[in-house]
Design a protein around this ligand. Structure first.
Ligand SMILES: [Zn+2]
Length: 351
């Protein structure tokens, strides 16, 4: 708006600026400047009064209109909802460009671990959580891998630069069996009371691997330990078979093949009939009809002795297997690296 009186032009500019700066302040209409102008009006002669009064009225309407416009635009903004999944604290004109964020979902490893552990709960096992850092004793010595044992090379993992009190580096566990000595020691009171030791131990493990579709540097294992009087290989086979049939919800044929681990004697590779082709042969089982699912065996007497358990009186079995492999078999997943890749395309399939 243009005012003939230059002074009014300047005052209009100043007050409009103040309305914005003081966040839509209606007191501007009763400001010192406005009061002075109205006081001045009263002193003017009739002929000046008419034109000055008209301009002054224009100025008041001009300021009132600006206050109203600012108030309206404020009301157009939505209230701030701090729990909203996207930013509401923006101008309404920009709203349509923002899409609400999606709700996340549980990682398939969490979901499947829960199912696996639930089966073992129902079979009478209790759960003990593994560690993500351990020492040479639990990783090797307590599991019957003495210093310099060649089988140590199969468990190449990561070590810390910092040493423990014995001057040894700490180790990122290459298998959940690092928990065996600790678990056996803490649970041996069960045996004294006439109860078995029945434990499953889920955990994250690490390997210094060349990565490919079947090898990952970080993955999850489930360890199982069962110790009591008169435990034999038949108990081992039936326990694992029962679990697998429950998990895959179908009848499976199983077989064991000789293998070698320093901490079990005898040691086995546990093999099941392919749940996809029922032993007929398909791409998943490399047309053999069979799938190697985990390593297992009867706990070596030395491992029981290291934990202070009488190996003449008690025997037991143990197993350890990768959880990703179980899930891959169940859902026809072709690459183990998907689990740690944070790829939404992969994760969304498990919502
Ligand atoms: Zn098959």
């Amino acid at each position: 708006m243009n005012y003939q009186d230059e002074r009014l032009q300047n005052i209009a500019k100043t007050l409009k600026k103040r309305i914005v700066e003081t966040s839509n302040n209606p007191d501007v209409l009763r400001s010192v400047e406005m009061r002075a102008l109205f006081d001045e009006l009263k002193t003017l002669k009739e002929e000046q009064k008419a034109s000055f009064g008209k301009e002054l009225n224009m100025l008041r309407q001009d300021l009132t209109a600006q206050i109203k416009a600012l108030k309206d635009s404020d009301e157009a903004l939505p209230p701030i909802d701090v729990t909203a999944p996207f930013d509401l604290n923006i101008k309404s004109s920009e709203m349509p460009r923002l899409l609400p964020a999606e709700h996340g979902s549980r990682h398939p490893i969490n979901t499947e671990f829960e199912k696996v552990l639930d089966i073992f709960y129902r079979m009478g096992f209790t759960v003990l959580e593994s560690r993500e850092i351990d020492n040479d004793f639990n990783m090797f010595e307590a599991l019957n891998f003495p210093e310099g044992h060649p089988a140590r090379d199969d468990y190449d993992t990561f070590v810390t630069v910092q040493k423990d009190q014995k001057g040894q580096p700490l180790i990122a566990p290459a298998h959940t069996s690092t928990m065996q000595n600790r678990a056996l020691k803490s649970m041996k009171k069960n045996l004294e009371q006439g109860d078995p030791i029945a434990l499953v131990i889920p955990g994250r493990v690490f390997r210094n691997e060349d990565l490919d579709a079947r090898h990952e540097h970080t993955f999850y294992q489930l360890e199982g330990i069962y110790v009591d009087e008169n435990v034999n290989v038949g108990n081992l086979i039936s326990t694992i078979k029962t679990f697998l049939q429950e998990y895959y919800a179908k009848e499976l044929a199983v077989r064991i093949q000789p293998s070698y681990f320093p901490f079990t004697e005898p040691s086995f590779e546990f093999t099941m009939s392919c749940p996809f082709c029922d032993n007929k042969g398909c791409n998943i089982c490399s047309h053999s009809g069979w799938i190697e699912i985990l390593g297992c065996g009867m706990i070596h007497p030395n491992v029981l002795k290291f934990a202070g358990i009488d190996s003449n009186k008690y025997t037991g079995f143990a197993w350890g297997g990768g959880i990703e492999r179980l899930i891959m078999m169940k859902n026809n997943i072709e690459d183990i690296r998907h689990f740690e890749a944070g790829k939404l395309e992969f994760l969304r399939q498990f919502k």
